[in-house]
Write a protein that binds this ligand. Structure first.
Ligand SMILES: NC(=O)c1ccc[n+]([C@@H]2O[C@H](COP(=O)([O-])OP(=O)(O)OC[C@H]3O[C@@H](n4cnc5c(N)ncnc54)[C@H](OP(=O)(O)O)[C@@H]3O)[C@@H](O)[C@H]2O)c1
Length: 259
C-alpha cells in the first residue's frame, strides 16, 4: 500500500485529504499539534477504511517540529505522497499583528513547506518516484488581502512549486509536484484566525471534500496548479490579467475600520 503524509490532518482540508486518500487505500501519517485530535481521527480512519495510520504530533512553526516530520519523511515505510497543507492566517492589519505572529505565519506557511519539501525531494529523487502537493491559495495570485502577509506566503508556495515542478532535477527523477489554490472553503481556518465568515456570500464558499476531490483529479491529470471550481478559476484569471491597481481597489483591506 502507498503511504501519504498529510500536515494539518485533523481539520478542514487536511482532514478531507486524509478521508479521500484513505478511500483510495493509502496508509496515512497524520501530522498536527493536538495529539488527542490526531488519535481520534486516526482511529476513525482505521475503522472506516481498514488502513494503517501513524500519528505524529508536531508544531511546524518550530525547528524541532519540522525536524521530526522531516525525519519521518525520510524514513520507512517510504512516504509516496506528501501533502504540505497546514497553514494559518491573521485578521489584523500588519502593524497590529506584531512581528512574532507574522514570523509564526511565515514559519508555518513558508518555512515548514520548504523544509518538508527538501526532506521529501531528497528521498523521492533518489527513489525516482513520489509526489508532493503544496496547499497555497487563490489569494496568492495577487493583492487580495491588503495589510496581510498571508497572500505573500501563498504566492511563495505557488512560485516555489512551479519552479521545482518544471525543473530538470525533479522531472528527470519522475517526481510530481502540484500546488493547490483553493478559494474560500468551509473549514476552521477563518474561525481560528478570528476572521468573520459573513463575507463572502454563501455561493462563494466551497466544501473541503469537493476541493480535495478536484485536487486529486488534477493531480492524476498531471496539472501543476489546481484551482477548484469555475468561480475561482475566473477569479484567478482576473487576478492574473487585470492591472494590479484595479485588483487593489477591490481587495479586502483588513486595515480599514469596519472592513
Ligand atoms: N479555508 C479556506 O478558505 C482556505 C482557502 C485557501 C487556502 N487555504 C489553505 O488551506 C490549508 C488548510 O487550511 P484549512 O482551512 O483546512 O485550516 P483549518 O481548518 O484551520 O485546519 C488547520 C490544520 O492545521 C493544523 N495546524 C495549525 N497550526 C499548526 C502548526 N503550527 N503545526 C502543525 N499543524 C498545525 C491544525 O491542527 P492543530 O491546531 O492541532 O495543530 C489543523 O489540523 C492552509 O494552508 C490554508 O492556508 C484555506
Amino acid at each position: 500500500m502507498p503511504t501519504a503524509l498529510v500536515t494539518g490532518a485533523t481539520a478542514g482540508l487536511g482532514k478531507a485529504f486524509t478521508r479521500a486518500l484513505a478511500e483510495q487505500g493509502y496508509d496515512l501519517v497524520l501530522v498536527a499539534r493536538s495529539e488527542r485530535d490526531l488519535k481520534e481521527h486516526a482511529d476513525l480512519l482505521q475503522t472506516d477504511h481498514g488502513i494503517k495510520t501513524e500519528i505524529l504530533p508536531a508544531d511546524l512553526t518550530t525547528d524541532e517540529g519540522c525536524a521530526a516530520v522531516g525525519a519521518r519523511v525520510a524514513a520507512e515505510p517510504v512516504v509516496d505522497l506528501l501533502v504540505n497543507n497546514a497553514g494559518i492566517g491573521h485578521d489584523k492589519p500588519f502593524l497590529e499583528t506584531g512581528i512574532q505572529a507574522q514570523e509564526r505565519l511565515l514559519n508555518l506557511n513558508v518555512r515548514s513547506v520548504l523544509r518538508l519539501t527538501d526532506a521529501a525531494l531528497r528521498e523521492m529523487t533518489r527513489r525516482r518516484s513520489g509526489t508532493i502537493v503544496n496547499v497555497a491559495s487563490v489569494a496568492g495570485l495577487g493583492p487580495t488581502w491588503l495589510s496581510s502577509t498571508y497572500p505573500a506566503s501563498k504566492a511563495w508556495i505557488i512560485s516555489f512549486t512551479e519552479a521545482l515542478a518544471a525543473s530538470q532535477e525533479v522531472r528527470s527523477a519522475g517526481v510530481r509536484m502540484m500546488a493547490l489554490l483553493p478559494g474560500y472553503t468551509k473549514t476552521e481556518f477563518h474561525q481560528r484566525a478570528g476572521i468573520s465568515t459573513s463575507f463572502p456570500p454563501p455561493w462563494l464558499w466551497l466544501e473541503a471534500d469537493d476541493v480535495v476531490r478536484t485536487a486529486l483529479r488534477d493531480l492524476r491529470r498531471g496539472k501543476v496548479l489546481s484551482i477548484p471550481s469555475f468561480r475561482y478559476k475566473a477569479t484567478a484569471w482576473g487576478l492574473r490579467h487585470f492591472p494590479r491597481s484595479l485588483s487593489c481597489r477591490f481587495a479586502w483591506d483588513v486595515s480599514k475600520p469596519g472592513h
